[in-house]
Design a protein around this ligand. Structure first.
Ligand SMILES: [Cu+2]
Length: 121
């Protein structure tokens, strides 16, 4: 074999390792994203794109389609107040499976129905 061919084989081997090693090192669970719409289907309701999610880090992308300002609170974290037609993001880590209640913390909103439960598996 020529030196060039050996060098080329070496490069291929390195490239394959570079591909294989991160795949082995990474956890199998990828981060999840859930879309949350506040003010839908009614002003004091949330609509989530998923009702359950695997435990780990979850990014909530919240859009307020209501006429009032709302926030989104879950597992001890919450967004700032989100004005109508605006959106916000909340990244939350769920270390273990369980049922996690979420709500809007604006006074009276949760009592009016702006709450629910996310199942974490
Ligand atoms: Cu609200």
């Amino acid at each position: 074999m020529s030196k060039i061919r050996v060098a080329a084989l070496g490069l291929v081997a390195v490239a394959m390792l570079a591909w294989a090693v991160p795949a082995l090192a990474q956890p199998k669970r990828a981060a999840s994203t859930i879309s949350v719409t506040a003010g839908k289907p009614a002003e004091f309701k949330f609509t989530l794109s998923a009702s359950s999610v695997k435990h780990g880090t979850v990014t909530f992308n919240i859009t307020n389609s209501g006429a009032l300002a709302h926030d989104f609170s879950i597992n001890g974290k919450k967004t700032a107040l989100i004005q109508p037609k605006k959106s916000g993001t909340l990244t939350v880590t769920f270390a273990k499976a369980g049922s996690y209640p979420y709500q809007c913390t604006v006074p009276g909103h949760a009592a009016a129905g702006m709450k629910g439960t996310l199942k974490v598996t």
